[in-house]
Design a protein around this ligand. Structure first.
Ligand code: 3HC
Ligand code: NAI
Length: 687
């Protein structure tokens, strides 16, 4: 009948099974299968009820995102939905895996829903810069009420089957592993009890209480203004739910369609869709295919229990992998352990962990004071001071102590991984695992592939990243790897620009308005001026501030002054230090003043650096650079990351402005060869 649909008849119940790997997305083949199946069952007088179930790992994961931007082939999603909803035989959706987006909307069209306890349900369209465009914004509030619908659709949060049952989204829980039988039994009961066809569209009871209460929506907008900043989809979603409350169903559906179309064409949604695929691309490495054998990682050694080592250890123990944590002395070890405990206890205080889980995690850490304790580890991650001599010394010792098949990793930020690897007898075992601070929170992990790192070690690191909940981006060796190297020009240009007139507060505001959580000066004040890029031999602006004990927030003053509550205000002292330094460097005021010019000066060099990272083969693809910037530096998702953003600006524009800045400020702005070529050939990074 159809490539993806199978129809079987169990007495009076017809079972339509759709199996369209990997995730039963609602692409054309699936829609044809549904259309055919429902028509056949409708026309078969022997069938009195229908169960809709999926094969493979999940219920429908939503519209087929790969079809976006292409002409829609018939039948459309709405055509299929109409057949189901207008039918006269009860349809039961049988849900396992994840019912997401259009998949959940399809389930809401069905008259009843049964799910296994492990199933999860949600409308994640907001993450793609969209809204549920197949009736989800009109039907979900009719089941769960306005407050819950606002929360669920603007957050894209998934419900467990039990939560969905409590909210009425699911009518009955099936036994785990017994979905088909239980759904058929449920359908038989519907027939035996002569239960009516329940159409969600007809319900009013849950939206009625919100009628004539615009304050519900006003409050919601106000409470979430910060997290919705810059995103286009949340506001359109709120408007659709307002429509669900105020308008008759059909008109609400029209409003949903208009607001969906508005998002569909938006740059924000194109960017977020790019990010969805870029995130999934990062794990694909041409010469390390998915079936490359990996090594088991059942035990991990972490060397250094400082800022990074502690967070790194937490990643593994949180995933159930025991860690031996090595420090230089007992005091450092105790300090490190107490920070880890405090972090876990804070999580427990927020209710996201039980006290027993805290103890279980702490119980997985074995403290140690000698590298000899690492003799049996599968993986050893070094996170000691950023010094080549110290790291080489440690790796030379590890070469002797560790098992010959152990993976030896360094968390170095800037040092030459190949030089570290050469200190061991087994450089093919050495890899960079570059975590971002705080290491237990940040989702980016740069996996640094040295000149001699084996494919098996690379494949193991990529797999391990997934296991500990990180997105791994593969980088070759260079100063700063991808994210830090990429973003370095922003700090450098900020410090150059501040000498030319714009104040730190003005520059920070421009960067904040672009969508970052904070500007470069707020960031450096937070981290500490003495921490990043110390350079003792040359006079620098930062050096001048440090010399006046303006180290940042920790000293109540850096580029800004801070009050007791850490609230920043522009600093007259810093302004004088900046002016003195500008004078000594011979820099005259008169730099860019407009927001657009400031942004150009700060962000175009990042695109340029990204192009260099790409042409040198440091990153595998432009999308990886976007992911590194988004996950490592909080680059706003709705711009798609620096390389996607560059495409939206237009590469010829970026090249032209870089050349202007090169003429004015020197060769640091010289466009990368790749960037110039792509601009000349009309190419895009996101192609
Ligand atoms: N359309 C097309 N392809 C999809 C897809 C979708 N909706 N969802 C996942 N895929 C693809 C992935 O790109 C990936 O392809 P690859 O193997 O070639 O890289 C493959 O399916 C497997 O996906 P994951 O690696 O993400 O597998 P997981 O098991 O980790 O996760 C999942 C499965 C939870 C279903 C996850 O893929 C997911 O969250 N998918 C997106 C769900 C979503 O956003 N749905 C809403 C779509 S928009 C919509 O429905 C509009 C409607 O309202 C009109
Ligand atoms: P840190 O100074 O907080 O911690 C380093 C720890 O290593 C100290 O506790 C020290 O006692 C210990 N140590 C030093 N030599 C040792 C040895 N021989 N044996 C055992 N322990 C030893 O430093 P931090 O910030 O954690 O940095 C560690 C590494 O991580 C550096 O290479 C750094 O570049 C890198 N990194 C740092 C990031 C950050 O934001 N702090 C981000 C990403 C990487």
């Amino acid at each position: 009948m159809s490539e993806v649909a199978t129809m079987t008849i169990e007495g009076e119940v017809g079972v339509l099974t759709i199996d369209s790997p990997p995730v039963n997305a609602l692409g054309i083949a699936t829609r044809r299968g549904l259309d055919r199946g429902f028509r056949d069952f409708a026309g078969n007088p022997a069938i009195r009820a229908i169960v809709l179930i999926c094969g493979g790992r999940t219920f429908f994961a939503g519209a087929d995102i790969t079809e976006f931007g292409k002409p829609m082939q018939e039948p459309g999603l709405q055509d299929v939905f109409d057949i189901i909803e207008d039918g006269v035989k009860p349809v039961v959706a049988a849900i396992h895996g994840t019912a997401l987006g259009g998949g959940l909307e399809l389930a809401l069209i069905c008259h009843y829903r049964v799910a296994v306890p492990s199933a999860r349900l949600g409308l994640p369209e907001v993450h793609l810069g969209l809204l549920p465009g197949a009736g989800g914004t009109q039907r979900l509030p009719r089941i769960v009420g306005v407050d819950a619908a606002l929360d669920l659709i603007t957050s894209g949060r998934q419900l467990s089957a039990t939560q969905a049952r409590e909210l009425g989204v699911v009518d009955e829980l099936a036994g785990e592993g017994r979905l088909r039988e239980d759904a058929i039994a449920f359908a038989r009961r519907l027939l035996a009890e002569d239960r009516p066809l329940l159409r969600v569209r007809d319900r009013q009871d849950m939206i009625e209480p919100a009628r004539g209460k615009p304050e519900i929506f006003a409050d919601f907008r106000r409470r979430n203004a910060r997290s919705f900043r810059g995103f286009k989809a949340p506001e359109n979603i709120i408007k659709t739910i307002e429509a669900a409350v105020a308008l008759p169903f059909e008109e609400g559906m029209k409003r949903e369609a208009e607001l969906f179309a508005d998002l569909y064409e938006s740059t924000e949604s194109l960017a977020q869709r790019h990010v969805f695929f870029a995130e999934r691309q990062t794990s694909k490495i041409a010469d390390v295919p998915a079936d490359t054998p990996t090594l088991p990682v059942r035990s991990v050694g972490v060397i250094g229990a400082g800022t990074m080592g502690g967070g790194i250890a937490m990643n593994f123990v949180s995933a159930g992998i025991p860690v031996t944590l090595v420090e230089m002395d007992q005091a450092a070890l105790d300090r490190g352990l107490s920070v880890i405990r405090k972090n876990y206890e804070n999580t427990a205080k927020k209710g996201r962990m039980t006290q027993a889980q805290v103890e279980a995690c702490m119980g997985l850490i074995t403290p140690a004071l000698s590298l000899d304790s690492l003799a049996e580890m599968d993986l050893i991650v070094e996170a000691v001071f950023e010094s080549m001599a110290v790291k080489q010394d440690i790796f030379a010792k590890l070469g002797r102590v560790a098992r010959p098949d152990a993976i030896l990793a360094s968390n170095t930020s800037f040092l030459d991984l190949d030089a570290i690897a050469e200190a061991t007898t087994l450089p093919e075992r050495v890899i960079g695992l570059h975590f971002f601070s705080p290491a237990n929170v940040m989702r980016l992990l740069e996996v640094v592939r040295g000149a001699r790192t084996s494919k098996q070690v690379v494949a193991t690191a990529m797999k391990l990243a997934r296991q500990i909940g990180k997105i791994a981006v593969l980088s070759r060796v260079c100063n700063g790897f991808i994210a830090n190297r990429l973003m370095a020009p922003r700090m450098a240009q900020s410090e150059a620009l501040v000498l030319e007139g714009p104040t730190p507060a003005e520059i920070d505001r421009v960067i904040y308005d672009y969508g970052f959580a904070m500007g470069p000066f707020q960031m450096i004040d937070l981290v500490g001026l003495d921490v990043i890029g110390r350079d003792a031999n040359v006079r620098t602006l930062r050096g001048d501030l440090v010399a006046r004990d303006r180290l940042g927030q920790k000293k109540n003053g850096g580029f800004y002054d801070y009050d007791e509550a850490r609230k920043p205000t522009p600093s007259p002292v810093a302004a004088t230090i900046i002016a003195d330094f500008a004078k000594s460097e011979g820099v005259a005021a008169g730099g860019p003043q407009s927001d657009a010019d400031i942004l150009t000066r700060l962000l175009y060099p990042i695109v340029n650096e990204g192009a260099r990272i790409l042409e040198e083969g440091i990153a595998l693809r432009a999308g990886d650079i976007d992911m590194a910037a988004i996950l490592g530096y909080g680059w706003p998702v709705y711009t798609g990351g620096p390389m996607f953003w560059a495409d939206t600006v237009g590469l010829p524009t970026i090249v032209a402005r870089l050349k202007e800045m090169q003429a004015a400020h020197g060769d640091a702005f010289a466009p990368a060869h790749l960037l110039e070529t792509m601009a000349a050939e009309g190419k895009r990074f996101s192609e």
